[in-house]
Every structure is written in C-alpha cells, then in structure tokens.
Design a protein around this ligand. Structure first.
Ligand SMILES: C[S@@+](CC[C@H](N)C(=O)[O-])C[C@H]1O[C@@H](n2cnc3c(N)ncnc32)[C@H](O)[C@@H]1O
Length: 487
C-alpha cells in the first residue's frame, strides 16, 4: 500500500519532473515516510548509482528492505562495478522472494557481469518459468547463452522474440550477433538491416549493419557505408578490414592510421599496421593475443571445429604416433587454448600441463578436466621462468601468433628431458622468411628456416609433414607439422 502523500510525487516522477519528485521524496524521508524505493529508482534513472547504493545499503544491512529495493541495490552495485556484491544482494532477494521475476532478472544480470554466465542462464530460466515469453528475460537468457559459447541455442529464442516483439531493437541486434557467430551471414544481414530501419541514427547499429554487409560478402557496399559513418576507432578498423578484403592495402593503411589517432594503444591497430608495413614486431604481442582470444573463446570451438573443420590437434597426434612418439608421460601444451590437444593426448598415467595467455580459453580447458596444471602465462616467459622439465612439448596453431621462434626453440630445448620431443604446427610462408599477413594478422613461417633454427637450438631427428591447417574463404591453407628431439 503506497502512502497517500507519495501519490502526487509519483505522478511528478512519471511526468518526468524529476527535481520536484526528488525533493518531495527526500522531504517524505525526513518525515519518516518510506520513499526509499521510488527515490532509489529515480537516482538509478539518472545514473546516480553511488547515491542509490548509499541510500539502499543501510536499509539492506538492517534487513528492512523490500525485494524491489534489493533489486535496485543490485543494479546500483553492478553499475558501480561491485559485481560480487551485486550477485550477493540479488541472490539473497531470490531466496526471500523467489516468486518475483525481477529478482531473477537482477541475479542473472549481476552474474553475467561477474562472468558467471552459467548462474545467469539458470536465473533467467527461473524468471521465464514465472513469466513465460517475457521479452527482457528472453533477451537476457539469449545473451547468457551467447556468453557460454552456445549461440545456436540463442537463435530460436531471439527469432521467437523478434516474431512477437518486432520493434524490439535489442532483439534484432542480438539476433545479428548470434547469426554471425554461427556463420549465418546472409541472415545476419537481414536482422542488421531490420535493426537499422528501427534506428537509422544509432552509430553502433549502423556499424553493425556495415560489418554484416562485409561478412555477407558485400564488401563494396560495406566500404561505402563505413566511409560515411562518424569515425570512431572501431569504424576505422572495420573500414580497414573491408578495404583489405577489397585488396586496397593503401586504403586499409590509411584507415588503420585514423584508428590509431583515436586509440593509439589499441593492440589490434598496432598489430595490423605492423602487418601492412611489413614490420615484424620484436616483442610478443601479448595484449593483442590475450584480447583476441578472450573475445573469441566463447565461439572458438563452434567456429573452428564445427564450422571450419579445424583438425590440427588430431593430425598432430597421428603424426606423433606415426613417428613412434607414444610414451610421453609429462606433456606441456603451449597455447593450449580450450584444450583440444589435451583431448587428443589424454591417456592413463600421462600428465598434461597447459598454458595460455587467454583466461577465457583456459577456463574452457579447465572445464574439460584433462590437464594437471593450467597456467595463465606467456609461453616464452613461462619457459624461461620454470625449473621443470617435460618429455613432450607441443604448440598447435600457436606459432601463427609468434614472429620470432629462435628464442622459443632455445627455451623449449632447455625444458625438455634428454630424448624428449618438441612438436608443433605452422602455416607456411611463400618465401624464405616469416610473413605477417595483413588480411588475417597471422604469421606464416618458412619450414626450411625453422629446421635450421631447430638445429641451431640443439634439436636433432627433425621430421616434417605437409598438412592443410585450416580453410580460409573455402581455400585450404598450407601448413606443416614439425617434430624434433632433444639429444
Ligand atoms: C588458435 S588457438 C589454438 C589453441 C589450441 N592449441 C588448439 O589447437 O586448439 C591459439 C592459442 O594460443 C594462445 N597463444 C598465442 N600466443 C601465445 C603466447 N605467446 N603465449 C601463450 N599463449 C599464446 C592463444 O591465447 C590461443 O589460445
């Protein structure tokens, strides 16, 4: 029951007369009338999250809050970046008022922000059980599925949502993202076009549309649209990518240079400018690699394995077996990613350790339960710092991100047991040296050069096998598997 003195203030609030409503709410509070909930709502509405939290936290601590106050507090804490507190508050509300859909929504959003998409998925599911078809909950559930790397499951939810709420811009935008994540580029362009019709003036929607055009193969149109958009760094980066697809390397360089003016520390811009200029960076580009794979992690297996028939870990396992390398007990998987190599090599009595720069890739490897130890580390640094030794060291599809391999080979040699093996895959350059391709941003190495570097590092019994390491735009990419022994 709302106190009668609050009614006119709520009417002012609804009419957008926020200053008057706020003054009234505060007067009520001074007179002992509980205006905490509407005042907190007003503060959130104005982005005054710290003030909202300051108002609600004492009430929550005293246990005199309503479920809606807990929801508002959870929102304020989430917006302040206090994710663990936001989850705690929403979880408590979901225990005390499980019949309220809003508490499940708050718990799901807080968990998503805290990086716990599994809890978020369950929370949105609970909310939807109470109000089937609720648009916000369905939208958020689809987001959780995408975070979990399950975009294919998000698709039907989003398709149903746009069918029932055809003006819901966020649903069309998320549908675009989910469709492109599963490689449905023509359909992604349809939803991006619909989103653009709904809001032709939102620069992010326009950028998503241009990117959908590019991925649907309509490069020329994508370029024309990107050239007309206001130039945020991201816009220039998409334009550069589109121009590269159009074989306009000078135009791509100019676009990356504009991106660099806006975001000089962006590791992607630095990497691709180096690629275009033919400079091989001297240092490992740890920030670039970490960000690339943290972003890619949720989609890595569905895109590579299901979409692009990525099979290098299996090929490497067969290559090892064919060369009699079958009995390794201590294995180190450099750049283990989501653990696909571990899956191939797991065997009773074998200990497999892994390392990777990307925490999100490591989380998936951890979930497979195959690795003994997993380290969040840069491989060269790790090899130089560790006192341990292994009898098999592997790097599958990793050296496409590393320009200079001589120091890596020397460090691996140091960490191998006598008689131990080192095996890895590469993409082959079409010259005598290493190339950094502007279009893909991946390094290609010359196998003959690597054989020399392996020998220089002290390796013997070097074996090579040509393989197709991946497909790019339907074309096989030539690579090699290499194997070498210490001693
Ligand atoms: C294409 S994935 C391959 C993952 C896994 N080896 C496989 O075959 O499925 C490349 C992985 O190498 C990691 N990586 C690349 N360079 C690295 C470095 N210098 N140190 C540690 N990890 C690195 C990336 O983070 C990414 O997870």
């Amino acid at each position: 029951m709302v106190d009668a003195r609050l009614e006119p203030l709520l009417a002012l609030h609804r009419a957008g007369r926020l200053g008057e409503a706020e003054a009234g709410y505060r007067q009520c509070l001074a007179e002992g009338i509980d205006a905490t909930l509407p005042l907190s709502g007003l503060l959130l509405q104005q982005g005054r999250h710290a003030e909202a939290a300051g108002l609600l936290e004492p009430v929550f601590a005293a246990g005199t809050h309503s479920p809606d106050m807990a929801v508002n507090l959870s929102i304020a804490l989430r917006k302040l970046g206090r994710d663990a507190d936001a989850v705690r508050v929403a979880r408590q509300a979901s225990t005390s008022a499980p019949e309220r859909p809003a508490v499940w929504n708050a718990l799901g959003l807080a968990a998503l922000e805290a990086g716990d998409a599994q809890t978020a998925l369950a929370a949105f599911g609970e909310g939807l059980r109470l109000v089937p078809g609720n648009a916000a909950l369905a939208l958020h559930r689809a987001k959780a599925l995408r975070r979990l790397g399950r975009p294919a499951e998000a698709l039907p939810l989003l398709e149903q949502l746009v069918a029932t709420a055809p003006d819901l811009l966020e649903a069309w935008r998320d549908l675009t993202t989910a469709r492109s994540a599963v490689g449905q580029h023509a359909a992604a362009l349809d939803s991006a076009t619909r989103a653009l019709q709904l809001d032709p003036h939102d620069p992010d929607v326009a950028l998503e549309h241009a990117s959908a055009l590019m991925h649907a193969g309509r490069t020329g149109e994508a370029i024309r649209r990107l050239e007309r958009l206001e130039g945020k760094a991201q816009t220039w980066m998409w334009l550069a990518q589109a121009r590269l697809r159009d074989n306009d390397v000078a135009g791509a360089r100019a676009a990356y240079a504009r991106a660099a003016e806006r975001d000089p520390d962006n590791p992607f811009v630095k990497h691709f400018l180096a690629a275009i200029d033919g400079d091989l960076p001297t240092e490992v580009e740890a920030d670039y690699i970490r960000k690339l794979f943290d972003d890619f992690a949720p989609r890595f297996e569905s895109i590579l394995v299901d979409g692009l028939a990525y099979g290098t870990p299996k090929l490497l396992a067969q290559f090892l077996a064919a060369n009699g390398v079958t009995g390794a007990r201590q294995v180190l998987d450099l750049g283990c990613g989501t653990g696909l190599m571990g899956v191939e090599l797991a065997a009773p009595g074998r200990m497999i350790d892994g390392l990777d720069l990307s925490e999100r890739m490591l989380a998936q490897a951890r979930a497979k339960g195959i690795y003994r130890e997993l380290h969040s580390a840069e491989l060269l640094q790790f090899l130089r710092d560790t006192p341990r030794r292994w009898d098999l060291v592997l790097a599958v599809d990793v050296f496409v991100y590393v320009a200079h391999l001589a120091p890596v080979f020397a460090a691996v040699h140091q960490r191998l047991e006598d008689g131990g093996h080192f095996a890895f895959s590469i993409e082959c350059s079409d010259g005598a040296g290493t190339q950094l391709l502007p279009r893909t941003g991946r390094y290609r190495h010359a196998p003959e050069q690597l054989v020399r570097l392996l020998a220089d590092a002290g390796f013997t019994a070097i074996r090579r096998e040509p393989v197709t390491v991946r497909f790019e735009v339907g074309e096989p990419v030539a690579g090699e598997l290499l194997l070498a022994r210490r001693g």
